[in-house]
Design a binder for this molecule. Structure first.
Ligand code: HAM
Length: 432
């Protein structure tokens, strides 16, 4: 039987990938994660870590019973205590629960939280769509103003800028408030009812149960039909429309390329007012590299104060793929600056203490014990070490070592008593 390795996880080797590539793969993840963490700190966010699984009811209540995510894509199971639990399909609902249950409200009503980690959706896997994938997300709780919408969209665009990822203009829309949305849904349902014969069975179900979800349809005929459907923005209440217009003005003045997509609703039911999504041209069908929106009523659903909130999440696998497609530069993984080849018991002891001192100075250093010198040098090459030093009993006796620059092959001698300070100096000159 052929063992198939789940894709989308970075610690397992996808088929066809060589072991050397695996090593480079995780260093690419580290780079992207560091950029995300730094961005979050620059914008004043603190990290929140929520459980990998939660009560199923949390997602049903938060994301919406009729959303694809809840109705089809959750990994749900019953535990030994007969509780229904689900692997988290997204982060917003869990962050809201943690915010309420963790008593964060008492520590002030404005809060910025970010997270990073694995999420799970049972969908047909394809390039860019995995059953286990990773998101970086940011949630801002407690401010209703459109300047916050701008700040968040700017932060999302800043992430792509820092990673050198080219994106399409940010798609934005407003879902209005609950009442205006209801009025819109009424009209949309009427429109769809008049065209029921043109809908797929799935489309008919959506048109009846949750017409807003119909706007997510990917079916080409249904997309064509949607061109004549009523527009959400035309139904927006006055305040939401004003909020949206202010946001558009801020984006224009802030030089953030955007376009209005009046049928953008996104696949989760908790959104209100602003929604946005970022695509790239380089990823084929699964081209959304990030998205989010306002979810002003969600916190109250979990028993919290009715604090207006807004957030986004980005798919980390998709970001890494698009970086590869677009040839974005990723700094190479650290390699040993110096690699020691100890020979003999006394030398082992000496090298161990030198390695410890160098590592305390954050200088990546390594040692290798091999049967022959040529084998040891071969390993030094594989590890892409900058220099190699053989230390045996003879070198300790003569108080001198021979240092080989791995790149040029040049050799030089250094006195043992100066070796540590020599290596520190070389690191300061050209190691960083
Ligand atoms: P979402 O649009 O469902 O939003 O997911 C955000 C991003 O996660 C997508 O744009 C995509 O890059 C990535 N993604 C989603 N599903 C998969 C998958 N199966 N495989 C690989 N990548 C995937 C949310 O999850 C909301 N919680 C975002 C949010 C935060 N809204 C407000 N706050």
């Amino acid at each position: 039987m052929k063992f198939s390795i789940p894709r989308g996880t970075f610690d397992l080797l996808p088929e066809g990938m060589k072991s050397g590539q695996k090593w480079r793969e995780s260093s690419r993840w580290h780079f992207v994660e560091e950029q995300m963490r730094q961005l979050a700190f620059d914008y004043g966010y603190q990290e929140v870590r929520t459980p990998i699984f939660e009560y199923t009811s949390l997602f049903v209540r938060g994301i919406g019973e009729h959303s694809d995510i809840v109705s089809k894509e959750m990994y749900t199971f019953v535990d030994k205590g007969s509780r229904s639990l689900s692997l988290r399909p997204e982060g917003t609902a869990s962050v809201m629960r943690a915010f309420v249950q963790g008593g964060m409200q008492s520590r002030g009503v404005f809060r910025k939280l970010f997270y990073m980690g694995p999420f799970f959706r049972y969908d047909r896997p394809q390039s860019g769509r995995y059953r286990q994938f990773h998101q970086f997300g940011a949630e801002m709780i407690g401010d209703p103003l459109p300047i916050r919408d701008f700040e968040l969209i700017e932060m999302l665009c800043e992430l792509y800028r820092r990673l050198n990822v080219k994106i399409s203009p940010v798609k934005i829309n407003s879902l209005g408030n609950a009442q205006s949305r209801e009025a819109y849904v009424h009209h949309l349902r009427d429109y769809l009812s008049a065209h029921l014969d043109q809908l797929t069975p799935e489309g008919r179900k959506r048109a009846q149960n949750n017409p807003l979800r119909f706007l997510d349809s990917k079916d080409p005929k249904e997309r064509e039909l949607l061109k004549g459907a009523p527009s959400l923005l035309d139904f927006c209440d006055h305040e939401s429309r004003l909020h949206f217009d202010i946001l558009c003005g801020l984006l224009e003045k802030g030089n953030i390329p955007f376009c209005i997509d009046s049928q953008l609703v996104r696949g989760l039911d908790y959104y209100s007012r602003t929604v946005f999504e970022v695509d790239t041209e380089d990823l084929g069908a699964q081209n959304a590299v990030g998205g989010g929106g306002r979810y002003d009523g969600l916190l109250a659903k979990f028993g919290g104060s009715d604090l207006p909130s807004i957030g986004f999440a980005v798919g980390m696998e998709r970001i890494l793929s698009v970086m590869e497609c677009q040839g974005c530069e990723i700094p190479p993984a650290p390699v040993p600056f110096v690699l020691f080849i100890p020979k003999g018991e006394q030398a082992d002891q000496y090298v161990l203490s030198l390695l410890y001192r160098l590592r305390c100075q954050h200088i990546p250093s390594e040692m290798v014990a091999a049967k022959t010198l040529s084998k040891a040098l071969q390993i030094a090459n594989q590890l892409r070490a900058r220099m190699a030093i053989v230390i045996g009993d003879r070198e300790l006796e003569e108080r001198r070592v021979c240092l080989k620059e791995m790149h040029s092959g040049a050799k030089s001698e250094v006195g043992i008593s100066d070796l540590f300070s020599f290596l520190i100096q070389r690191w300061e000159e050209d190691g960083l």
